[in-house]
Design a protein around this ligand. Structure first.
Ligand code: COA
Ligand code: MG
Length: 292
């Protein structure tokens, strides 16, 4: 999944725009982009949208961001949206695998009530929205078979830390957020799931967005969240495996297949061993999934 677009849960207009945006996934938001008074209405609007969008051909993957478990709002969120069979639930302010297990149990009950196939609703935690979450990053492995990926957030984390800013004047993150970003990669690796990069909030700055996408892809993120439809095309372009990288990966896989006994092989002056093969296989698998 390359691009995941946030759409406020109380805005049918933006939900419609989201469908036309080309995003691989929509994150229908019941949390921070919806005012407290508007939560009940947002639940209804989001449920209606899920019902209508389910039937569309080539629809995006549909994720609902519920309110954090500690708010007391998440049960009503799930009651409202689960009968609409969202593909995944996004868990904000997640503090680790225990929270994912807790949410998985809540989802399982609603799947049964709505007669949905057991275990099909995935979970996507935002794992670094507070200090506890950062320390919990190593606890997602085996938390639930529903875990689909890990993502991280810098905005709520800076509020939790009491920081004045999370970026320097040149746009790069300050140290606490670089650490959270890096630990998200390790956490996802430990849990054997994809890592998805956080939002780039300055939605008029395409050059800045592109630079951040390229850096994220370089470091191992497989996609990025977005807040505006204009961000989707650059994200999709940068996170799609390029024809060159795909051809190279296929060449590496073929080379190891042709030399089953070899642990290490030379290719155009470059040493290839097991990690290269794993990386190539992952890239090809990702390209296949995108092509589906
Ligand atoms: N999803 C779908 N459509 C969106 C959108 C989004 N995330 N963001 C903007 N649009 C639509 C606008 O409604 C507008 O439609 P129109 O041309 O029919 O009027 C069009 O795209 C252009 O939008 P623009 O005028 O450039 O921006 P804006 O000032 O209307 O909206 C935001 C700016 C930040 C309010 C808006 O992008 C937004 O709501 N983003 C998502 C916020 C969110 O969910 N945050 C939580 C996670 S961090
Ligand atoms: Mg938030």
């Amino acid at each position: 999944m390359r691009s995941l677009l946030f759409v406020p849960g109380d805005s049918p207009k933006k939900q419609q725009k989201g469908l036309e945006s080309g995003a691989d996934a929509l994150i229908l938001d019941l949390e921070d982009s919806v005012a407290l008074d508007a939560k009940p209405q947002a639940r209804t609007v989001t449920r209606d949208f899920l019902d209508a969008a389910q039937a569309l051909p080539n629809r995006p993957f549909l994720i609902v961001r519920i309110n954090a478990l500690a708010t007391g709002l998440s049960d009503a969120d799930l009651d409202a949206v689960m009968p609409g069979a969202p593909d995944a639930i996004m868990l904000p302010k997640s503090e680790g695998g225990v929270d994912v297990g807790h949410l998985a149990a809540k989802i399982a009950v609603r799947e049964a009530e709505a007669e949905l196939p057991d275990g099909t609703t995935r979970i996507l935690p935002i794992a670094t929205e507070n200090g506890k979450g950062v320390f919990g990053l190593g606890t997602y492995a085996r938390a639930s078979h529903r875990l689909m990926a890990l993502t991280w957030g810098a905005e709520d984390l800076s509020a939790d830390l009491g920081a004045e800013t999370n970026r320097l004047e040149n746009g790069s993150y300050t140290d606490p957020y670089r650490l959270a970003r890096t630990l998200t990669l390790f956490g996802a690796s430990a849990a054997q799931v994809d890592a998805i990069d956080s939002v780039f909030t300055n939605f008029r700055d395409e050059a800045g967005l592109r630079a951040e996408c390229i850096a994220a892809r370089r470091d191992g993120f497989t996609g990025k969240m977005a807040i505006h439809p204009a961000q989707i095309a650059p994200i999709n372009e940068i996170f799609a495996p390029s024809p060159e990288s795909l051809a190279k990966a296929e060449q590496i896989i073929a080379l190891f297949a042709a030399n089953p006994g070899a642990g290490v092989i030379g290719l155009q002056g470059e040493m290839l061993d097991r990690p290269h093969l794993i990386r190539a296989e992952r890239l090809v698998a990702r390209a296949r999934k995108l092509a589906e």
